[in-house]
Design a protein around this ligand. Structure first.
Ligand SMILES: NC(=O)c1ccc[n+]([C@@H]2O[C@H](COP(=O)([O-])OP(=O)(O)OC[C@H]3O[C@@H](n4cnc5c(N)ncnc54)[C@H](OP(=O)(O)O)[C@@H]3O)[C@@H](O)[C@H]2O)c1
Length: 332
C-alpha cells in the first residue's frame, strides 16, 4: 500500500486540481477529484474524470466512471480521498462501483477520516484484488479539502478573515468611507476568495455603512452565491441574510465548511478574540490614512508577549499596486 512515483504524482495533481472545482458546492460531502487513466501502446490516456457534484452527489468516482463507460476496465484510478465504503440511499459505495467497473489499480491521496469508510474503502478494493496505494499528493489533497477536514475535526467552519487596509493598517477613513482602498486586481482576487467560501459574514456596522452585496462579480463565477451572514447581538437580518448573534454561533452554522469574515473592525475583533480565525488575509494598499479606523477593535490582549507566536506568514505577493499577505494561525 505504498505511494507511487513521479507519473503518479502528476496524475494525482490533476485529480487535486479537479477537486478544487467542487469548492465550495460539495457540502455536506468533501470536494474530491478523480481521474481514470489507461496505459496505451505509446502513451497513457485519460478515459474519465470527475469531481464531487453540487450537494455532494454524484461523487467524483461515479462521475468519472460514467464518463469512461467500458473504457474504465483495466484503468488506474487516482482519487484525492479514499473511495467511500458505505452504500447510501443516494447510490452504491464508490469502492463497489470501482470494483464493478473492473478498475485495475487505485491510488488515493489520503484515507477518509469518516469512520464509516476509514480504511474500509481500501480494504474492500484490495479484497477484490485491486492494487492500492495511499499517500501520493497527500499534502496538496489535504490543503484542497482543508475546510471539510476542518469541519470534521473541529466541529466548526474554517474561518478566513479578510481585510483591505492602508499601509498604516486602517480599514476606513474616520468618517467610515472605505470604498475603495485597494485596486482592481486585489478586488478581483477578493472575489475569487468569495467564490471558494460557503458563506460571508459582516458586522452590523458594515451592513449599515456599505450595504454590501457579498456576491461574486467574476466572469463565469457569477452563479456562486455564498450565504450572507450578519453578525449582530440584536438587529434583525435583511431578506436573504442569516443572523448570527456571536462569532462562535456563526462558525457553527450548519452546512458551512468555509466562512469568510469581511469585517468591519468590530466583527473582525470578535472572531480574533474568540480565537476563531484560522487564516488572515490582508490586501494592503500603498496609501496612508492616518487617523482613520483601525483594522481591529479590542481583541482583549493583556501583554505584548501574548501577541507573539500566534501567526505565521504563509504567502506574500503583489497584486497590481497592492500587497497580498496571508497568515495562518499557529496552533498546538
Ligand atoms: N477595508 C475593509 O476591509 C473593510 C471591511 C468591512 C468594513 N469596513 C469598514 O468598517 C467600518 C465598520 O466597522 P465597525 O467596526 O464599525 O462595524 P462592524 O464590525 O461591521 O460591526 C460592528 C457590529 O457587529 C456586531 N458585533 C460585533 N461583535 C459582536 C459579537 N461578539 N457578537 C455579536 N455581535 C457583534 C455588533 O452589532 P450590534 O451592535 O447590532 O450587536 C457591532 O455593533 C465601516 O466604515 C466599513 O466601511 C472596511
Amino acid at each position: 500500500m505504498k505511494a507511487g512515483g513521479a507519473a503518479d504524482a502528476r496524475w494525482m495533481a490533476s485529480a487535486i486540481a479537479l477537486s478544487n472545482r467542487a469548492r465550495p458546492t460539495s457540502h455536506p460531502n468533501p470536494n474530491v477529484g478523480c481521474i481514470l487513466v489507461r496505459d496505451g501502446p505509446d502513451a497513457c490516456r485519460v478515459v474519465g474524470h470527475g469531481w464531487t457534484q453540487s450537494g455532494g452527489r454524484p461523487h467524483a468516482e461515479a462521475m468519472a466512471l460514467t464518463m469512461a463507460g467500458g473504457a474504465a476496465r483495466g484503468a488506474h484510478a487516482y482519487v484525492t480521498l479514499e473511495p467511500c465504503a458505505h452504500d447510501s440511499t443516494r447510490g452504491p459505495s464508490c469502492a463497489a462501483s470501482l470494483i464493478d467497473a473492473g478498475i485495475a489499480r487505485v491510488s488515493a491521496a489520503m484515507l477518509d477520516p469518516d469512520p464509516r469508510t476509514h480504511g474500509r474503502g481500501i480494504a474492500m478494493l484490495e479484497g477484490a484484488g485491486i492494487l492500492c496505494d495511499v499517500g501520493t499528493g497527500a499534502r496538496d489533497a489535504r490543503a484542497a479539502m482543508a475546510p471539510w477536514l476542518h469541519r470534521q475535526s473541529m466541529g466548526r467552519a474554517q474561518v478566513t478573515l479578510k481585510l483591505a487596509t492602508s499601509i498604516d493598517g486602517q480599514i476606513a477613513l474616520a468618517n467610515g468611507e472605505s470604498r475603495w482602498i485597494t485596486g482592481d486586481r486585489a478586488r478581483a482576487h477578493a472575489h475569487m476568495l468569495r467564490a471558494t467560501h460557503d458563506a460571508i459574514l459582516v458586522g452590523r456596522g458594515t451592513l449599515a455603512a456599505d450595504n454590501p452585496r457579498l456576491d461574486v462579480r467574476l466572469g463565469g463565477l457569477e452563479h456562486r452565491r455564498p450565504r450572507r451572514i450578519l453578525l449582530s447581538s440584536g438587529a434583525s437580518a435583511p431578506d436573504g441574510w442569516e443572523l448570527a448573534q456571536s462569532a462562535d454561533a456563526a462558525a457553527r452554522l450548519p452546512g458551512i465548511h468555509a466562512l469568510l469574515v469581511e469585517g468591519g473592525a468590530g466583527a473582525a475583533a470578535a472572531f480574533i478574540a474568540a480565537d476563531l480565525v484560522d487564516t488572515l488575509i490582508l490586501y494592503r494598499a500603498p496609501i496612508l490614512l492616518g487617523h482613520g479606523r483601525a483594522a481591529l477593535g479590542d481583541i482583549g490582549l493583556a501583554s505584548l508577549a501574548a501577541a507573539h507566536g500566534r501567526w505565521q506568514c504563509a504567502d506574500i505577493r503583489r497584486l497590481g499596486d497592492d500587497i497580498f499577505e496571508r497568515y495562518e494561525r499557529v496552533r498546538g
